[in-house]
Design a protein around this ligand. Structure first.
Ligand SMILES: [Zn+2]
Length: 136
């Protein structure tokens, strides 16, 4: 069930990508908004590397939160924008694996058949890869 707070998250992701999407030779196309369990929201935009290993907007949002020491997350959303309509994006495979490590209890806002939905992370990546080595 999508709440008013979830819609605010979508609005924040939309606002940040519309503000940042085209800055000269730097061309961001994805904005993300991440709500921590304490209610604070962290934003991110993708870091395009001209076809090389780019960094996703969600991972930048998580990086901003993790840099502040925040490790408990509630909900995340990503939107794509290239100057026209904004599109709600489901997380890519890399982000799903990233979230399996950093936010396995998070909920993700996606759009399915034209309808916004909030899904539990394990619906997006069942049987996630886990490092089998134990660290001392
Ligand atoms: Zn991604």
């Amino acid at each position: 069930m999508i709440s008013k707070k979830d819609l605010e998250l979508v609005e924040l992701a939309t606002k940040i990508i519309k503000e940042r999407w085209h800055k000269g030779s730097i061309n961001h196309t994805v904005g993300s908004a991440l709500r921590a369990k304490d209610g604070k929201v962290y934003l991110g935009v993708n870091l395009d590397m001209d076809g090389m290993h780019s960094v996703c907007g969600e991972q930048v949002a998580f990086g901003n939160a993790l840099t502040e020491g925040v490790t408990e997350f509630d909900t995340v959303v990503a939107v794509g924008y290239t100057g026209g309509e904004v599109t709600i994006l489901a997380p890519c495979g890399s982000c799903r694996q990233f979230m399996s490590k950093y936010a396995p209890d998070i909920k993700v806002i996606i759009k399915e058949d034209g309808v916004l939905k909030k899904v539990k992370f394990d619906e997006l990546l069942p049987h996630a890869y886990k490092l089998h080595l134990k660290r001392s």
